[in-house]
Design a binder for this molecule. Sequence first.
Ligand SMILES: [Zn+2]
Ligand SMILES: [Zn+2]
Ligand SMILES: [Zn+2]
Length: 138
Amino acid sequence: MISDLLKKHDLRKTPARIEILELYADTPHAMSHGDVEQQLTEMDRVTIYRTLATFEEKGIIHRAYDGGGVVKYALCHDCSAHHHQDDHLHFSCVQCGNTYCIEGYAIPKIENPKGYTINNLFLFAKGTCNKCRVESRE
Ligand SMILES: [Zn+2]
Ligand SMILES: [Zn+2]
Ligand SMILES: [Zn+2]
């Protein structure tokens, strides 16, 4: 499945690409460059950096804007190179600090302000994720 994804996006299979993609597929929340680095300690930073940049360019991962200073990425579903369509809500949990893609929660359409044209609109929310909510009840 991972190698199909690389093939679909015209990317050669390399061990680093496969490993990073597997990590994203197995993680339910968005991850920054530093998060990947922490998980894949054997991999050098430059490889991670380049791989994430390639993935973003090819439409495999997208930036999950959460209002924080660190860029986090999450897997795309139906994006292609230079054409991202990840217009869903990103939810950032104030307790665990994780950012989640809320698929199916579309961003409401808003009108262009007079004299301006909107190309991309980002929506993010802060609050408590389901996991932390359940844990705090126990
Ligand atoms: Zn995308
Ligand atoms: Zn949480
Ligand atoms: Zn997302």
